[in-house]
Design a protein around this ligand. Structure first.
Ligand SMILES: [Fe+2]
Length: 387
């Protein structure tokens, strides 16, 4: 039997100005008292203001918690969960990139769990990291994406950092799939080129890894290929011309497709290794992925050459898988992705720890088209360790 499953939000609103639908979206979900979760940067940039306006116009009250950390640690998530539990809210809005949306998704799910149900007096997100450990749906939730990258607005994943263990771990549950996603390209117009590059390449890699991974299937392939088309046609434009509204819209929809693809098929070794370097050196997630992309693909090529050629076709590249690798190399160089871990403080004595941390991410390594041994992981880290 060859069974596949895919889950997604009940509704996606997209297009310039779609942020104004946030309030009605919450009304549709039965909300009256909303909590908006974001980070200080979003609040300072005023990106949550149109969301707050829309919520108030729809007749709901809203409290903003702008406390999300970049690469949120378990303790930062726990503190926001505690605030949401105390506040008696009946719906959650996440506004931001992956960190904000992941935290908001976890706050939604953990807000309704009875204290003590995991054996701990307080709710601790660490009890729910892993696959299918969240017991049920939480508060209704609407996600408003402000980067074209993570795809978290449609996925069942939330990534949490465990600083003591120098690693990042995902909670994966159907109960983390948002109810409604909003894709308003106007909110991404001010993104600086470095963020456009990192988040855009992350989205491209979601599509690519979902398409070449072992779990790729007929449901996920459509999202992956369409995402690759949209992203390849707009990422360079959005990077070089940040106010190109059409490119911004295509990137946002492309990254949403990336999220759909990875929901149905999963990411693979690029993401597994990126969690290790990201946790160790606090490298932005998209940068960590982009640095690893070509070396991981080179190692995997014997098992995914034909699928990689399809990826190239979708991106408008003529030629075989080697042409695709050459294109990805030139794209990451054009978008000024750093080439070596030394830029972030790598020392040779870190290597064993990085290999051990990456090897633990079996959820993603197992999906790589070619089995990835500890020696393969080591070779890839060595390849990007120094200029
Ligand atoms: Fe990613």
């Amino acid at each position: 039997m060859n069974l596949h499953s895919h889950r997604s939000p009940a509704a996606i609103f997209s297009g310039p100005g779609s942020v104004q639908m946030a309030g009605d979206a919450l009304v549709e979900l039965g909300g009256k008292k909303a909590v908006l979760i974001c980070d200080h940067g979003i609040e300072k940039a005023g990106l949550n203001a149109p969301v707050v306006d829309s919520i108030r116009k729809a007749g709901l009250s809203v409290q903003v918690i702008p406390e999300v950390e970049a690469d949120p640690s378990a303790s930062s998530v726990n503190s926001i969960v505690a605030s949401v539990r105390k506040g008696n809210f009946d719906c959650v809005v996440g506004v931001g990139g992956g960190s904000s949306m992941d935290t908001a998704k976890l706050a939604s799910a953990l807000a309704v769990i009875p204290a003590g149900s995991s054996g701990n007096a307080e709710i601790d997100v660490r009890d729910y990291l892993g696959t299918n450990l969240i017991p049920g749906r939480g508060l209704p939730m609407v996600m408003v994406a402000t980067t074209s990258g993570t795809g978290s607005e449609v996925t069942p994943n939330a990534i949490v950092s465990l600083p003591d263990e120098v690693r990042k771990v995902g909670a994966v549950s159907r109960h983390l799939v948002p109810d409604i996603a909003i894709l308003d390209p106007d909110l991404t117009m001010g993104l600086p080129p470095a963020v456009t590059a990192a988040t855009g390449l992350d989205a491209l890699i979601h599509c690519l890894e979902s398409y070449i991974g072992k779990k790729a299937n007929v449901l996920s392939d459509g999202y992956a290929l369409q995402g690759l088309r949209l992203i390849a046609g707009s990422l360079r434009k959005a990077y070089h011309h940040p106010d190109d509204g059409e490119a911004r819209e295509m990137m946002l929809v492309g990254s949403c497709y990336g999220g759909m693809a990875l929901t149905a098929a999963g990411t693979a070794a690029v993401h597994a290794l990126a969690y290790a370097t990201g946790a160790k050196y606090h490298i932005p997630h998209g940068v960590a992925n982009s640095m690893l992309l070509v070396p991981v693909l080179e190692k995997s090529l014997s098992a995914c050459g034909e699928r990689l050629a399809h990826v190239g076709e979708a991106m408008g590249i003529t030629g075989d898988s080697h042409e695709v690798l050459a294109y990805l190399k030139s794209l990451t160089a054009e978008l000024k992705i750093p080439r070596s871990l030394a830029t972030f403080g790598y020392r040779d004595e870190d290597l064993d720890g990085l290999v051990a941390a990456a090897a633990k991410v079996t959820r993603l390594l197992d999906n790589n088209p070619k089995a990835f041994t500890n020696d393969d992981i080591r070779d890839v880290f060595v390849a990007i360790s120094h200029e």
